[in-house]
Design a protein around this ligand. Structure first.
Ligand SMILES: Cc1cc2nc3c(=O)[nH]c(=O)nc-3n(C[C@H](O)[C@H](O)[C@H](O)COP(=O)(O)OP(=O)(O)OC[C@H]3O[C@@H](n4cnc5c(N)ncnc54)[C@H](O)[C@@H]3O)c2cc1C
Ligand SMILES: *[C@@H]1O[C@H](CO)[C@@H](O)[C@H](O)[C@H]1NC(C)=O
Ligand SMILES: *[C@@H]1O[C@H](CO)[C@@H](O)[C@H](O)[C@H]1NC(C)=O
Ligand SMILES: *[C@@H]1O[C@H](CO)[C@@H](O)[C@H](O)[C@H]1NC(C)=O
Ligand SMILES: *[C@@H]1O[C@H](CO)[C@@H](O)[C@H](O)[C@H]1NC(C)=O
Ligand SMILES: *[C@@H]1O[C@H](CO)[C@@H](O)[C@H](O)[C@H]1NC(C)=O
Length: 580
């Protein structure tokens, strides 16, 4: 009897779930007519695409929307939909996606050989669905160095901004940083602006006034739904080439759906059709390597048939080191990610973030973008950090005094950086992260800029603005330092006038701001139009083509680049007829 009831219950549950999910699907198809699950792909739809874009991320979405205005576009995205996922959509949940290491998470963790825990997006909208939302354009010198057409750049940024970017209502911790920066001499104050100008400013954000996140996936709505098809949970495993012609050219891709079934999608036979990789700074070089474009010896070792021998694929990877200092405060401060920034002339950017400690339940306490549970283990030297340590922290968080969550961080990121690393395949499985090395602070100038940044933070902490905020009498500095290790926060380093110990502080506490880039450098892997060298009908358009990270934070320029390249390709193909 009991068993029968159990079965009946399960059957009813199943029916309810199926109904809900089919209703969900119908609603999704109405609101987002271009979205489908990869498993719905059939061989009848396999041919004739003008463009196949691999990766519906920060660059891929604006690029797809733009090209679909005139041509048939297929986007293959390995992750799921951000729409209706509360972990993605709300500012308060920033740390939730990043702490989730399950295969369904919109974030895929990796640890570089440097020992720094890091994250890759795995969701439609890419990095814009898991990032801190700060929006700031590249410097004019970055744009000039790229050889980009300035008018087209000037058209492309506002296209993104009108749809998903706003200026924030300044949170108290961000007001404190802004005032502290100005008092410490990082001036002038440039007000609310997207532009990259020396001094202190308030940038844009993709979070609206209610803390709701807008993402690159929203930009797809600007495309032509008749020409646009976006497959979710479609993981591309390799690019298919025609290697019989003297110069190999891309003809299609092999991908697997959410059930592990394999499919192929092919380009239209015309010579203008193209595959465009927008799989991000790790995904794009990884996919080129898996498809036979890369260093001959590495590919032979893994028995990947060689298509183009190019030793530079996966080389020149960089990640901007971030170091933070925690400042305890007298009272609780409302949570904030990033809104204010100090742009110094010495190549360090100063930003701020603070977490949450206002709830009576310790489960909800966190340190925002410096949270240990997302891998920002800055009190453990990099080589000793593990994902298990991050998870252990989450489990024992309730033992930490609440005061350790009362306060905020000032963070420092260096521009560039000049230190370079590389990426290599570990195996031929697309789901396995490649072996990645960034070599943080290998270049002495990077270390000098970190020291300069920390000294600037010290100046800010010593301003009247911060001495009024900061905790002073109720805790002795020793108690705070003791608490800091358990809570995984660092206070002011002991000797800020001692360069050697500050250099050590930079190395020991280095974490990431997730601005890694490179792997498909211009002139080495792609040409100035982002066409892959040695092959035809194949481009890379994303952060893997950058030699340095644009602006104070890159997402503005990555999205702009998607729009820019889309417009450029349409205009080159159609001339005046493009009408866009
Ligand atoms: C936690 C975090 C916080 C950040 N904070 C900020 C910030 O506040 N401001 C800012 O400007 N920048 C921020 N960034 C950086 C910024 O978001 C990234 O630099 C940017 O999103 C990278 O864009 P992309 O197009 O190169 O790659 P992505 O946006 O990562 O896009 C790549 C896409 O390709 C997909 N993909 C990869 N491989 C495959 C495959 N084989 N098949 C199918 N699909 C595939 C991925 O799932 C992903 O959707 C942050 C990043 C992170 C992770
Ligand atoms: C949100 O995150 C929580 C905690 O990791 C997880 O249990 C839940 O399934 C996630 N929700 C979605 C929609 O992915
Ligand atoms: C582009 O915009 C910037 C800033 O808004 C402006 O200074 C510049 O003159 C513009 N350039 C062109 C070529 O339109
Ligand atoms: C990853 O790279 C590092 C340094 O380049 C090397 O020592 C290590 O053996 C590599 N690991 C794997 C699994 O290939
Ligand atoms: C800090 O920790 C050390 C070692 O655990 C201990 O000896 C010391 O008394 C602690 N100091 C304070 C102020 O709690
Ligand atoms: C830092 O500077 C102060 C004052 O100039 C000096 O007394 C102190 O010895 C210095 N500390 C170190 C570690 O150099």
């Amino acid at each position: 009897m009991a068993a029968n009831f159990g079965e009946l219950f399960l059957t009813i549950l199943l029916i309810v779930c199926l109904t809900v999910s089919s209703q969900g699907r119908e609603m999704m198809e109405k609101k987002y007519p271009y979205l489908r699950l990869a498993s719905s792909f059939s061989s009848a739809k396999a041919r004739g695409y003008d463009y196949i874009i691999v990766g519906g991320g920060t660059a891929g979405c604006p690029l797809a929307a733009t090209l679909s205005e005139k041509y048939r576009v297929l986007v293959l995205e390995r992750g799921g939909s951000p729409h209706g996922n509360l972990n993605v959509s709300y500012l308060q949940n920033f740390h939730i996606s990043l702490a989730d290491t399950s295969p369904k998470s919109p974030s895929q963790a990796f640890i570089s050989t440097d020992g720094v825990i890091n994250a890759r997006a795995r969701v439609l909208g890419g990095g814009t669905c898991i990032n801190a939302g700060f929006y700031s354009r590249a410097s004019p010198s970055f744009v000039m160095a790229k050889g980009w057409n300035l008018e087209l750049v000037n058209e492309s940024y506002p296209w993104v901004e009108k749809q998903i970017v706003q200026f924030p209502e300044l949170a108290p911790w961000q007001v404190a940083l802004k005032n502290g920066l100005l008092e410490a001499g990082v001036s002038p104050f440039n007000g609310y602006t997207f532009d990259h100008i020396y001094g202190t400013k308030i940038g844009g954000t993709i979070f609206d006034k209610n803390g709701f996140r807008h993402t690159a996936a929203d930009l797809l709505a600007a495309g032509n739904p008749k020409n646009l098809r976006v497959l979710l949970h479609a993981t591309v495993q390799k690019i298919i080439f025609n290697t019989r012609s003297p110069r190999p050219y891309a003809v299609g891709v092999l991908f697997k759906d959410e059930n592990g079934r394999r499919h192929k999608a092919f380009l239209h036979a015309g010579r203008h059709s193209e595959i465009i990789l927008s799989s991000g700074a790790i995904g794009s070089p990884q996919l080129l390597l898996l498809s036979g474009i890369g260093p001959k010896q590495d590919l032979q070792r893994l028995r990947v048939p060689l298509v183009v021998n190019n030793e530079f694929v996966g080389k020149g990877m960089s990640d901007n080191p971030m170091n933070t200092i925690f400042i305890p405060t007298k009272g609780h401060v409302e949570q904030s990610l990033i809104q204010s920034v100090g742009i110094t002339k010495m190549g360090s950017f100063i930003e701020a973030s603070n977490g949450f400690g206002q709830s009576s339940d310790s489960i909800h306490w966190h340190h925002g973008i410096s949270s240990a549970e997302i891998g920002q283990l800055s009190t453990i030297p990099p080589k000793l950090r593990t994902l298990e340590a991050a998870q252990r922290y989450a489990k024992t968080k309730h033992e930490i005094p609440r005061e350790a969550f009362q306060g905020g961080f000032i963070l420092e990121k260096i521009d560039g950086p000049l230190s370079r690393g590389h990426l290599q395949l570990i195996n031929t499985d697309i789901d396995t992260n490649p072996n990645i090395t960034f070599n943080y602070f290998k270049h002495p100038r990077d270390l000098r800029r970190c020291v300069y940044g920390i000294r600037t933070i010290e100046k800010i902490i010593n301003t009247n603005q911060f001495s009024n905020l900061a905790e002073d009498d109720s805790y002795t500095i020793n108690m705070l330092l003791n608490m800091s290790v358990k809570a995984n926060v660092n206070f002011i380093p002991k000797h800020t006038n001692d360069t050697v110990s500050l250099e050590q502080f930079c190395r020991d506490t280095v974490i990431t701001i997730w601005h890694y880039h490179g792997g498909c450098h211009v002139g080495k892997v792609v040409d100035r139009d982002y066409r892959v060298l040695g092959a035809s009908r194949l481009r890379v358009v994303d952060g893997s083509t950058f030699a340095t990270s644009p602006g104070t934070n890159p997402q503005a320029t990555v999205m702009m680049m998607g729009r820019y390249m889309g417009l450029k390709m349409l205009r080159e193909r159609l001339g005046r007829r493009a009408g866009v």
